[in-house]
Ligand binder design. Structure first.
Ligand SMILES: NC(=O)c1ccc[n+]([C@@H]2O[C@H](COP(=O)([O-])OP(=O)(O)OC[C@H]3O[C@@H](n4cnc5c(N)ncnc54)[C@H](O)[C@@H]3O)[C@@H](O)[C@H]2O)c1
Length: 369
């Protein structure tokens, strides 16, 4: 499906800002990148963009955040550290774009200002999506199909893991000396393994919906913390979860595993469905494992830029009304925040924590289970 020409503003000239700008240009869209840090804009033009995609694209506008053009954009992407997402999302709503993409995690685990932002987003005419792009990948669509057709029988339990040593992230940010120089080193600001690898929690929730299990209602967590200078971050974030319709399973996120493991498994009555991300040249791989030992594997070759081109095509579909309900909707992204918040609460208190969705997107939605 051909996409329409869109006018895009990207806030944040960092790693994700470059990916989203490149994906926009690949679709022929007009793009302006803004940042509060002039060095980040220079780095984008001179290092990150040409280093990743071959050469700088002169048609991309670069602007100091204070001088950034306001109004007239179809899409605004909030690609900054998570601790400013909520404020920038509220400011972006005031510009009335057709759609806002806010990066994951939407906020830190204390959900400050989220309820007000949610009310403003609902009242606006703007669609809001969250950057959990893995749920849009062709491999995930294949898992959805295998669940829907009961290819391995009825779902019994579900696991999702995003376990990746954060050396890779620091490798992509060579100007950082360590975790204390970035939000990644501060769990309260949306860093640590809970925030950084929250794709696993979001993917678990998505697959639970595909299984007909509804939302996560109860969380029991083990969270290990580490420090470096004044930074405090969780290195391992492991959850046992139960859903409102009785589904259960396990989510593991960490910043210590090498080689990386980004994996999910739907164990069913007659076999299992596995989702394995980034399997070298094979790309993402889906395996249908039969109880008698037979296995069928499906490869979905891709490059890193393909992840974001696929995501932006999806946003175009959302704008064109070709998607009834996006799995990357703001509601889904905030459901993920409630599970992360419950995980930190359980991990620090040692108690099981229940989520009461009727309370809305705020900390007081968490209760003792
Ligand atoms: N979906 C994905 O797969 C994916 C991949 C990478 C990063 N991310 C997410 O994207 C976000 C940013 O990560 P990153 O690695 O690009 O970080 P980064 O540190 O590389 O870049 C963030 C940039 O935002 C700028 N910034 C801060 N406040 C700003 C403001 N008010 N206005 C404009 N710019 C501002 C900073 O100066 C910095 O240049 C995080 O939430 C991260 O989790 C998602």
């Amino acid at each position: 499906m051909r996409s329409h020409a869109r006018k895009v503003k990207v806030l944040g000239a960092g790693s994700i800002g470059n990916h989203l700008a490149h994906a926009s240009r690949t679709l022929g869209w007009d793009v302006t990148i803004c940042d509060v840090d002039p060095a980040a804009l220079e780095r984008t033009r001179d290092q990150i963009y040409p280093g990743r995609y071959g050469k700088w694209d002169e048609t991309i506008g670069l602007s100091a955040a204070a001088d950034a053009p306001r109004g007239g954009f179809d899409i605004i992407c909030v690609g900054t550290p998570p601790d400013v997402h909520v404020r920038l999302l509220a400011e972006a709503l005031a510009e009335k774009p057709a759609l806002i993409l806010v990066e994951k995690p939407v906020c830190g685990p204390f959900l400050e200002g989220v309820r007000e932002m949610w009310d403003a987003a609902v009242a606006s005419g703007t669609k809001v999506c969250v950057g959990y792009d893995h749920v849009l990948a062709p491999a995930t669509r294949k898992v959805e199909e295998l669940i829907a057709t009961r290819a391995a029988g009825d779902p019994v339990t579900l696991d999702a893991e995003f376990r990746e040593h954060w050396g890779g992230i620091f490798g992509a940010h060579p100007w950082l000396e360590g975790p204390w120089q970035t939000y990644l080193g501060y769990w309260r600001r949306g860093g640590g393994s809970g925030g950084e690898h929250s794709h696993a929690t979001n993917l678990w929730q998505h697959l639970a919906h595909c299984c007909g299990w509804g939302r996560v209602s109860e969380v029991s967590a083990l969270v290990e913390f580490g420090t470096a200078r004044d930074a405090e971050f969780d290195t391992i974030f492991a959850l046992n979860v139960r859903t409102e319709k009785g589904g259960y399973g396990r989510i593991v996120q960490d910043v210590v595993t090498r080689p990386t493991r980004k994996w999910a498994r739907v164990q069913c009555s007659e076999g299992a469905i596995e989702w394995r991300a980034n399997q070298g040249k094979r790309g993402d791989v889906v395996a249908l494992l039969h109880a008698d030992g037979r296995a069928e594997e499906f490869d979905f070759p891709k490059t890193r830029p393909d992840d974001f081109i696929c995501e932006l095509r999806h946003l175009d579909d959302v704008l064109e009304g070709r998607v009834a309900e996006s799995p990357t909707s703001l509601a889904r992204g905030l459901d993920t925040m409630l599970v992360l918040a419950a995980g930190y609460e359980s991990g620090t208190s040692g108690k099981r924590v229940a989520i009461d969705y009727a309370t809305g997107y705020q900390r007081s939605a968490l209760r003792a289970a």
